[in-house]
Design a protein around this ligand. Structure first.
Ligand SMILES: Cc1cc2nc3c(=O)[nH]c(=O)nc-3n(C[C@H](O)[C@H](O)[C@H](O)COP(=O)(O)OP(=O)(O)OC[C@H]3O[C@@H](n4cnc5c(N)ncnc54)[C@H](O)[C@@H]3O)c2cc1C
Length: 387
């Protein structure tokens, strides 16, 4: 597919909307949310009101009818100021709403998507467990058939938005005692259903504004119609969701890396050393140039990967490349930004330390850097074998 590096007009409008919201409603408060480990409800409602939570949902479900490229634009703008708020969107829209959009039946879509688009209902996505994250296929949460539906038992871990979720997409084993991708189904579980037990938020190093909780299911009875997608195809659908999610996480890192760069450029223009601003010294110019090059390169990779999804020909290898490069890029750029800030960069008065802490998650979640390298190498051999 031909790729244009210029965003189409409707996406520049989206970008500007998200940028304005982030600068006015998020930037002044992000440090406080990091300390308090919470995003206020009215901020989430505000993002819903201006369409940031439904960017990729079809218009008939209250969304903006845009593709994954739009998601990368929104998430980058929000992450520029607060990784935790961007992670909220990545989990709510990128994982939960996307899973429902890709796999659910019409009735389920009608029931959940319009309310997810506005933020009236918050969505969460439950794959990881205490004993398995990378090896998610080994999950032990089980769904047993009952007379009226299903009974869920098991423990999910690291669940983003779990504290405020009105609906969980839960991956559970439906072929008990077996392994394999086609032994797992996905279920829609309402947050207030008996048997759903949400634990206390983790005390994380970064992404602190976003809540991450354990969610247990104890004899949680759900009706037949809460099966989401085809029986035993839940894990296959989850992998499709993750292919897209990786691009979203890449854009989150682009936003964080850009934040670290912009703060460094500003500081290097203000701070004087030896009779001139820091940016007048070649050692700092080289750092700034390398930082800018890396942020730009990561953005192009992420947008290119998003466009392959939007064109209906998802390039999984490129999605992994984009996520790997962007997430490791933002860490490098972040440490350089701290270095340019000198002692000030080592304090919480400068937001860079928070952005760096936030970014570390992007090297771990939705497929760690080790996993992405594995997928990229495997993809390369598969590509060669095919020619
Ligand atoms: C803040 C946060 C939010 C999250 N949100 C969600 C969420 O909303 N929903 C959800 O389902 N999950 C979520 N997760 C879980 C996340 O996806 C997992 O943490 C991640 O997949 C890694 O799994 P793990 O922590 O069990 O690490 P492990 O799988 O135990 O891996 C530990 C280390 O070993 C490496 N490793 C593991 N296996 C291999 C291998 N075969 N080859 C080479 N290296 C390997 C990993 O790369 C990693 O470095 C979240 C996690 C965090 C920290």
């Amino acid at each position: 597919m031909a790729f244009t590096f210029e965003l189409p007009e409707e996406l520049t409008m989206f970008r500007d909307l998200a940028r304005k919201f982030a600068a006015e409603q998020i930037a002044p408060h992000a440090r406080e949310w990091d300390e308090k480990k919470w995003i206020p409800d009215d901020v989430i409602a505000g993002m819903g009101r201006i369409g940031l939570l439904g960017a990729t949902l079809p218009e008939e479900y209250g969304g903006a009818g845009q593709g994954l490229l739009a998601m990368t634009v929104v998430v980058e703008e929000i992450a520029r100021w607060c990784g935790g708020t961007a992670l909220f969107i990545a989990a709510h829209s990128g994982l939960c709403s996307t899973h429902i959009r890709l796999a659910a039946n019409e009735e389920q879509k009608q029931k959940w998507l319009p309310r997810l688009a506005t933020g009236e209902v918050i969505g969460s996505w439950c794959l990881s467990e205490p004993e398995c994250g990378t090896d998610a296929e080994a999950l032990t949460t089980r769904a047993e058939k009952t007379a009226n539906g299903w009974k869920l038992n098991g423990r999910k871990f690291w669940i983003t938005n779990g504290k405020r979720a009105g609906v969980f997409v839960v991956m559970a084993r439906t072929e008990l005692g077996q392994r394999g991708t086609r032994t797992i189904s996905a279920f829609l579980v309402e947050g207030d259903r008996p048997g759903v037990i949400v634990g206390e938020p983790e005390d994380k190093m970064g992404m602190r504004a976003s809540d991450t909780v354990p969610v247990n299911f104890e004899n949680c009875e759900i009706p037949e119609e809460n099966l989401c997608g085809v029986y035993n195809e839940g894990y296959v659908d989850a992998l499709r969701v993750l292919d897209r999610g990786r691009v979203t996480i890449g854009s989150l890192s682009v936003g964080l890396g850009r934040g670290c760069l912009e703060e460094a450029v500003k500081y290097a223009g203000e701070r004087q050393s030896m009779g001139r601003p820091l940016h007048g010294h070649q050692a700092i110019q080289i750092k700034l140039a390398d930082m800018e090059t890396q942020v730009e390169a990561a953005r192009i990779l992420v947008r290119q990967a998003a466009c392959t999804h939007d064109a209906g020909k998802p390039d999984k290898q490129l999605s992994s490349i984009a996520k790997l490069f962007a997430s490791e890029m933002a860490s490098r750029v972040g440490w350089d930004s701290i270095q340019i800030h000198g002692g000030a960069g080592y304090t919480k008065d400068v937001c860079v330390e928070r952005l760096v802490r936030d970014n570390k998650l992007c090297e771990i979640g939705e497929g760690s850097s080790e996993v992405q390298r594995m997928l990229i190498a495997r993809g390369e051999y598969a590509r060669r074998a095919a020619v």
